[in-house]
Write a protein that binds this ligand. Structure first.
Ligand SMILES: N[C@H](CCC[C@H](N)C(=O)O)C(=O)O
Length: 265
């Protein structure tokens, strides 16, 4: 099977992107998605997105983690898919698409995507962490000396431990820098490792920091391993609306790759 793909990255969170407006991609083939994301046998990526057609909106987003399983919303993936749709000429300046967690409005201008995320109406605050869903589930925990922190070991323990277990969660470790900026490192469910950025993750961190009064800003810069993102939001009586994730979304290369099935790596 011949696959035509495009490779994108958003602050180092990287993706295989497929124009699937003809619906020819076999999305139930978990091994094919896992192969395409494999960094040695395939193209290599944290995840894969399909740009599917939509009757009512510009397109539909389908997201898979690199383990091959279809998953919940990907913020950086959504930002990259918007850049791809723009490259295909699907829209000029602004777009609305649907995804597993509902509708998303976005703008794209000169390499920067500003993506609206879902409203957040339930932030669970515990002694040492917060838990909230920004389109994907996120555990948010403050740490010191984040640069030396063992994200993989500690992230994996939390992701598979109580109360998350097999369904799991993404795990974000955050350190407060000066002038209301935060540094974030994320262990991603479905990648089962640290990624260089996590869009729904930094969105969760920004809201959790505001919720815990670590900042009074509603437009927050977040430093991630792969660059810098900005999250903005509007507090409401029972949560947060007009939540936006803004940052670079970059085309890296495109190509074709042959898939010979699971046995023939
Ligand atoms: N791994 C996440 C989905 C992708 C999240 C991340 N890549 C983002 O940018 O939001 C999950 O299964 O919940």
């Amino acid at each position: 099977m011949d696959i035509t793909f495009y490779k994108y990255q958003g602050t180092g969170n990287d993706f295989v992107v497929i124009d699937n407006r003809d619906l020819s991609f076999p999305r139930e083939n978990t091994d094919l998605v896992h192969f395409l994301c494999d960094r040695r046998f395939g193209v290599g990526a944290d995840g894969l997105m399909l740009l599917n057609p939509s009757d009512k909106y510009d397109f539909t987003m389908v997201y898979f983690n690199s383990d091959g399983t279809e998953s919940t919303m990907c913020g950086n993936g959504g930002r990259c898919l918007v850049a791809f749709a723009h490259k295909l000429g699907v829209f000029e300046k602004e777009t609305t698409f649907d995804a597993i967690d509902g509708l998303h409005y976005a703008t794209y201008n000169d390499g920067i995507t500003n993506l609206q995320m879902i409203d957040v109406n339930n932030v669970e605050v515990y002694e040492n962490h917060c838990f909230l869903n920004t389109g994907s589930p996120h555990h948010v925990q403050m740490v010191n000396n984040i640069g030396a922190y063992d994200v993989k070991t500690n992230g994996e323990k939390i992701r598979y431990g109580a109360p998350y277990f097999q369904e799991g969660t993404n795990v974000n470790f955050v350190e407060s820098l000066n002038n209301d900026k935060f540094r974030v490192r994320t262990y991603e469910r479905g990648v089962e490792n640290e990624t260089l950025a996590c869009g729904t993750g930094v969105t969760a961190v920004a809201i959790a920091m505001y919720e815990q009064k670590q900042t009074t800003n509603t437009k927050i810069p977040l430093k991630v391993e792969g660059g810098e993102l900005e999250v903005s939001f509007e507090p409401t009586e029972n949560g947060y609306k007009n939540v936006f994730l803004k940052g670079p979304a970059t085309f890296v290369f495109n190509g074709n790759i042959k898939y010979h099935g699971k046995a023939n790596r």
